[in-house]
Design a binder for this molecule. Sequence first.
Ligand code: COA
Length: 195
Amino acid sequence: MPSVLRTQRLFLRPWRADDGVRLHPVLTANHAYLSPWIPAHIADPASQPLLAQRLAAFGADFAAAREWRYAMLTSDATSVLGELSLFPRDAKARVPYQQADRVELGYWLREDATGRGLVTEAVREAVRVVAMLPQFVHAEIRCDAGNEASAAIPERLGFVLAELYSEAGPPEGVELQRWTLRLRPDAAAGTCAAP
Ligand SMILES: CC(C)(COP(=O)(O)OP(=O)(O)OC[C@H]1O[C@@H](n2cnc3c(N)ncnc32)[C@H](O)[C@@H]1OP(=O)(O)O)[C@@H](O)C(=O)NCCC(=O)NCCS
């Protein structure tokens, strides 16, 4: 994936350790908003040294094409808005890039920037770029069935709801949705895979 994505209102690039200074207040202010929906190791406002370590690791993963976590910044690159992440995977799990046939997208946005279509704009651009990589046949978005704001994004962008499923193990009873988008007209629908 390219190390910079630009849209009309956004500038996206890999996280850097020194982003921690700007990210920490955003995570602190948005913890109650984010924590029901995204993993603690992303949502928790860790101490500055730990946050710097976390962000440096994200940057290293990006450089090694293990996964691509973009800091989502305002177009002038001054303010942290959230994150857009892409994970190579197959039907069952996240896998190394060389074994992947699809990319899974994830995102979060600070609450005071919601309602303006920013994540839709970011995902649209990421999908456009991913579609140029021959490795990937599908794009996927997986979200809690109760997360209406999240599910609205793939629906708005023409993804199809391929599956409702529950993950083995806790938390029990959480229903998840798998949204899928065929990146090339000749690709199979990708609806028969187990999560
Ligand atoms: C999920 C989340 C990213 C959605 O944020 P969002 O602001 O609703 O999403 P978008 O940035 O795409 O904006 C869509 C909203 O902007 C509005 N909008 C305004 N201009 C728009 C435009 N040009 N294009 C698209 N939508 C636009 C839409 O109508 C929609 O608002 P509505 O929900 O009131 O109808 C955000 O709620 C979040 O971070 N939640 C917590 C973390 C999370 O759930 N992450 C996903 C885990 S699967």
